[in-house]
Design a binder for this molecule. Structure first.
Ligand code: ADP
Ligand code: MG
Ligand code: ZN
Length: 602
């Protein structure tokens, strides 16, 4: 059967943004500039901010996809300030709302002007509400009605808009009721903001909110100034860490993410012994203690914070030079977000993860026991109350397994691996050797993996297209796990067909099939709580035919004899074969690495 995918990712790269939104001659441009500086203390706009503001102030419905920390709040707070009327902001968590308001209040105190502007037009400029409030409070709706009829409902902002979508990782049923806002107030522009980038989420949000002729802004999730590497985690991990910091970021600011509260304290203590100005931060400290550490950190009296993921939400220190993961993050999304706290000022910063398979077992155990500290509102994690739910647990473990496969991949560009996850294309040349895998000297050898790819697809088909990629891979590699055995009858002779493959290779081929749209990773909603899980589906029989041309390039790390595969489809065969070195000299040339180094490795 051939079916076309329902939701094709529309082309919303930076380049496709209508240039008119960049213009500097809107009636409000001067006011915008002035208030951005005076009230918010910003020297300039960040990428997309000006464009988003111009579009929403022109009265369009706007959908914004921007990574966490990209500066979404400004795109409604600044218009709220300079437009007459009230801006309604729907935000999912009361704590998040308090955080925002605290920020604004601080500004008020620091900047007299802000209060002046607030009161000169209207007492309230921004009204923050939870989605529950919109759904349940008639009083609120009546007030909004009244504002609307007096043309004083300036804008409706839906923050964390992915919560509307069942396809997102953080579905909240109350968000689905927000469609009522557009119905009741059709002339008020809606601004939907999120950091969750998949096309299906976008479609869902636009639909559910009833946005019309919506202008879409999407920003790349790539952070060019961050470098990424995975290091093996050994017993000497803390020695390694100390050395890394001293050699690369001596006396600079950084965060070390740890799994447990105990780890935070132990790591901090050890780093202090090594002479670093380190402290710990976690959920069981009381608020004054936490505030004290945060404050010390902002003032640079502490350089390094050893923290659980609870640390970072409200933190906007621009000069964090490194983020170290002392243990395995729970998902790629979480990892991306945690790394994202480094280098907000745009200067070069490092992200290092110490990986051991043992940590996978440990994190999995903690997830199962529900004793792990969750990021409030982070991707890939959910509210604590949900952790007892089986489906949620399964999804969490799937996310974790992806993180494992990311760590075990010693061939592909780290940026590519992360960005694929956000539905973004990335060509590894643009990494400029700022990740450990791109830095490696690799020797490419061609190998045909068409049969393996076909077997994987057969497996997905024969098991009824209802399992996750992790499950399919387990079967393929011949796992004897209970859960896998249960389905053994479905898998016929393919159980264990990939036994001969090196660890990680089957998963690389699988991922390639997903990237090439031959398999699709679908999310399915599976229960009352709206938990979602990804399943593999065979997308198109037509594409399956093109598989005949699928090839693999074997990669050999110079000197060390470590093998890995680089996989590509037919389209890029020519491009890549150009890069296959025929001899050692060519290899040197391609990698731009001096002879001395090669000699050292033999
Ligand atoms: P998001 O909601 O996209 O995660 P925020 O709106 O919370 O991000 O902004 C993240 C940080 O960036 C905040 O500390 C904010 O003050 C800062 N910021 C936003 N816009 C600018 C700008 N134009 N210049 C400097 N800092 C900015
Ligand atoms: Mg935000
Ligand atoms: Zn790279």
């Amino acid at each position: 059967e051939i079916f076309t995918p329902k939701l094709l990712d529309i082309n919303y790269t930076e380049g496709s943004v209508d240039p008119k939104w960049k213009r500097m001659d809107f009636p409000w441009t001067k006011k915008l500039e002035a208030n951005n500086k005076k009230v918010f203390g910003n020297h300039s706009f960040r990428p997309s901010q000006r464009e988003v503001i111009n579009a929403t102030m022109s009265g369009c419905d706007v959908f914004v996809l921007m990574p966490t920390g990209g500066g979404k709040s400004l795109t409604y707070q600044l218009p709220a300030l300079i437009c007459p009327g009230v801006t309604l902001v729907v935000s999912p968590l009361v704590s998040l709302i308090q955080d925002q308001i605290m920020h604004l209040k601080q500004w008020t105190e620091q900047q007299e002007i802000f209060r002046e502007l607030m009161s000169s037009v209207c007492t309230y400029k921004l009204l923050y509400v939870t989605p529950e409030k919109v759904a349940k409070s008639d009083v609120l709706l009546r007030h909004l009605d009244s504002l609307y009829s007096r043309e004083l409902l300036a804008r409706i902002v839906i923050d964390e808009a992915h919560c509307v979508s069942q396809w997102g990782h953080d579905f909240r049923p109350d968000y689905q009721g927000l469609g009522i806002l557009k119905q009741k107030f059709p002339n008020t522009p809606v601004l939907a903001l999120t950091a969750t980038a998949t096309a299906s989420v976008k479609e869902d949000v636009v639909q559910a909110l009833g946005l019309e002729n919506c202008v879409i802004f999407k920003q790349s999730f790539n952070r060019p100034n961050l470098s990424y590497s995975i290091m093996p985690k050994t017993k000497k991990c803390l020695d390694d860490m100390d050395k890394f910091i001293k050699e690369n970021h001596f006396d600079e600011c950084g965060i070390v993410y740890c799994l447990s509260r105990m780890d935070c304290e132990k790591v901090a203590e050890k780093l202090q012994e090594y002479g670093h100005k380190a402290a710990f931060y976690h959920g069981s400290m009381d608020p004054p203690q936490r505030a004290y550490v945060q404050n010390q950190w902002s003032k640079d009296e502490i350089n390094i914070i050893c923290a659980t993921v609870a640390f970072g939400m409200g933190i906007n220190k621009p000069d964090v030079r490194f983020v170290i993961h002392h243990s395995l993050p729970k998902s790629i999304e979480g990892y991306h977000q945690e790394c994202g706290r480094a280098g907000r000022d745009g200067l070069r910063s490092s992200c290092v993860l110490y990986y051991s398979y043992g940590d996978y077992i440990r994190v999995k155990h903690m997830l199962t026991q529900g004793v792990i500290e969750q990021t409030p509102l982070a991707y890939g994690s959910r509210r604590g109350a949900f952790t007892n739910n089986d489906r949620v647990l399964e999804t969490n473990i799937e996310n974790l397994l992806r993180m494992v496969s990311y760590c075990e991949n010693d061939a592909d560009c780290r940026r590519l691996l992360q960005l694929i996850h956000f539905g973004e294309n990335f060509s590894p040349e643009n990494c400029n050797k700022t990740c450990d895998n791109c830095l490696k000297m690799l020797h490419w050898i061609e190998k045909d993996v068409t049969d393996i790819a076909k077997q994987l697809i057969e497996l997905v088909k024969s098991t009824g297209q209802k399992h996750s990629s992790a499950h399919i891979l387990e079967v393929f590699r011949g796992s004897l796990n209970q859960n896998i055995k249960k389905y053994k009858h479905e898998t016929l002779s393919l159980h264990g067909a990939g036994k001969h493959l090196a660890k990680g290779d089957a998963s690389r081929i699988m991922r390639h099939l997903v990237v090439e749209d031959i398999l699709v990773e679908d999310v399915k909603k599976s229960d009352l709580y709206g938990s979602v899980s990804s399943i593999l589906k065979n997308l198109s029989a037509k594409l399956y035919a093109s598989l005949r041309m699928l090839r693999t390039i074997l990669v050999k790390e110079a000197g060390e004899g470590v093998m890995a595969y680089h996989i590509f489809g037919n389209a890029t065969l020519q491009q890549i074969s150009k890069r296959i070195p025929r001899n050692k000299e060519e290899l040197l040339e391609i990698n731009g690495i001096g002879k001395a180094k090669i000699n050292k490795y033999g």
